[in-house]
Design a protein around this ligand. Structure first.
Ligand code: ATP
Ligand code: MG
Length: 280
């Protein structure tokens, strides 16, 4: 049974895309996991797509005439000749890497035009869940990288997910973004009263351990989490310049050049905890 997890926070720049891509790598190629992972890029800024495949290959994907996540949200609109342009998951999903142990990463890429769909009052949030249902047997894990702003894409992510993972940078502005997520979840559950939303947990990202502000923010997050019954991951992800460097090199943290072992180990601990919590 595949599990679908959305990485979400209504605050930008907290590490949603970085963690999506690094989790996909770790859980597909690390000996203990070797899982089949699909990354769904649900952000019009397409960071996860570019991080996973690099700039050149990304534009090959966008220009090859095959559908992307944008087409998924446009497929219900009829073409002038009345034909429906239903997106086939086989066309839209691209293979990124296969590992000898059986693990792999596939990608449903995003493109900037997805932002045009957000202006369209007829888009349907359930289209993503419907598409993923057709391929869920082929994967152990589906990771959805969300955009930081509330839109039909947020509803689409909620409808498609078994769990939500909330990365939080322990700093003031990040903390005040969390109530927006609470509002978003509450609004969703009011509209879709047959659905549930399960929070896998909050994970602290970009921790240094030194600043009093960090401790203060963690206390605020812990208070809010306790109020809503949210778990906080035992493992924390440290601040490391290897994350942006890895994005440039197209590598996960554990393959980034000159990465410090301690930093890579911290991520591995988090990824292992994530895998266990999801039940992979
Ligand atoms: N643990 C970390 N240590 C250092 N830099 C990090 C860490 N995690 C993420 N970053 C960097 O922070 C920036 C923002 O990260 P990322 O793009 O993953 O956030 P995001 O939540 O996906 O942002 P957005 O809301 O814009 O989609 C990137 O430059 C990334 O390389
Ligand atoms: Mg992002």
């Amino acid at each position: 049974m595949s599990k679908t997890v959305s990485l979400i926070n209504m605050k930008g720049g907290v590490g949603k895309s970085t963690l999506t891509v690094n989790l996909a790598w770790h859980l597909s190629c690390y000996t203990n996991w070797m899982k089949k992972v699909l990354v769904v890029d649900l952000d019009p800024q397409f960071n996860a797509s570019q991080y996973l495949v690099g700039v050149d290959k990304y534009y090959d994907f966008i220009n090859d005439g095959k559908p992307t996540i944008w087409d998924v949200f446009e497929q219900h609109k009829r073409t002038p000749n009345g034909k429906n342009k239903l997106v086939s998951p086989k066309d839209a999903i691209r293979n990124v890497v296969n590992f000898k142990g059986g693990g792999k990463i596939d990608l449903l890429p995003s493109q900037l035009e997805l932002s045009l769909s957000l202006k369209n009052p007829t888009q349907k949030p359930e289209l993503l869940a419907k598409l993923l249902k057709k391929v869920e047997d082929e994967y152990d894990l589906i990771l959805i990288d969300c955009a930081p702003t509330e839109s039909v894409l947020t509803t689409a992510a909620y409808l498609a997910s078994d769990y939500l993972l909330v990365p939080v940078k322990p700093e003031y502005l990040s903390t005040i973004g969390l109530p927006l997520l609470v509002n978003s979840m509450t609004d969703f559950l009011a509209e879709y009263d047959d659905q549930s939303l399960e929070l896998l947990g909050v994970v602290y990202n970009g921790c240094s351990g030194y600043y009093p502000e960090e401790q203060k923010s963690k206390m605020e997050v812990a208070k809010l989490s306790a109020k809503h019954g949210w778990d906080i991951f035992d493992s924390e992800i440290t601040y490391s310049r290897s994350y942006p460097k890895g994005a440039r090199e197209g590598t996960p943290i554990f393959r980034t050049s000159y990465v410090r072992t301690a930093q890579a180990t911290k991520f591995r601990e988090f990824a292992n905890e994530f895998g266990k919590r999801v039940g992979l």
